[in-house]
Design a protein around this ligand. Structure first.
Ligand code: F6P
Length: 192
């Protein structure tokens, strides 16, 4: 049966400082993940040829750079747009936009950042990606936390409203294999 592989980008400089959004470079540890990723993929996919989909942000291209496959960058895979909060830490958001911080806590799926997006918005913009995925073979997606949570929830048959709480850690390659009744999953963690 056909599988889909998903991975977040390696740790970025913003992940280190706790800032959200942005277009930061990978940290030293993130670059180490990028170097190990080809081995991790080979362990899971063997010699099957893959196509790699990334977002248009630097950290996903940098994570995919050592993978010896054809690559395609999609704008629709860019991270959830955090609007006016882009580049802030959660503590700064709480301080500058206390009501928004609370509103997001109360309804994380529907909350839309000022000038940005909600998880619901991301689910909608992912529709063409999901359609393309359903008719493709052997795709490896390297993208961002919120986006991967939505894709993961879709394949695991979870309601989209639960997307914000899906566990998609850094430095972990997830293989999803859709079966008749449920999607099988395998997680491979990099040693970085
Ligand atoms: O911190 C990394 C990150 O990808 C941010 O860019 C993004 O806003 C956030 O995670 C999404 O996670 P959450 O919805 O839990 O804030």
């Amino acid at each position: 049966p056909r599988s889909i592989w998903i991975s977040r980008h390696g740790e970025s400089m913003y992940n280190l400082s706790g800032q959200i959004g942005g277009d930061a470079n990978l940290s030293a540890r993130g670059r180490k993940y990028a170097e190990e990723l080809p081995t991790l993929v080979k362990r899971s996919a063997g010699d099957s040829p893959l196509t790699v989909w990334t977002s248009t942000l630097k950290r996903t291209a940098q994570t995919a750079q050592h993978l010896p496959y054809e690559k395609l960058a999609w704008k629709a895979l860019d991270e959830l747009d955090s609007g006016v909060c882009d580049g802030l830490t959660y503590a700064e958001i709480e301080e500058k936009y206390p009501r928004d911080f609370k509103a997001r806590d109360e309804d994380k799926y529907n909350y839309r950042y000022l000038g940005g997006e909600s998880y619901r918005d991301v689910v909608i913009r992912l529709e063409p990606i999901i359609m393309e995925l359903e008719r493709s073979e052997n795709i490896l997606i390297v993208t961002h936390q919120a986006v991967l949570r939505c894709i993961y929830a879709y394949f695991m048959g979870s309601t989209q409203e639960k997307s914000p709480w899906m566990e998609v850690p850094l430095h972990c390659l997830i293989r999803l294999t859709p079966r008749a009744y449920k999607t099988e999953e395998e997680r491979l963690f990099a040693d970085v």
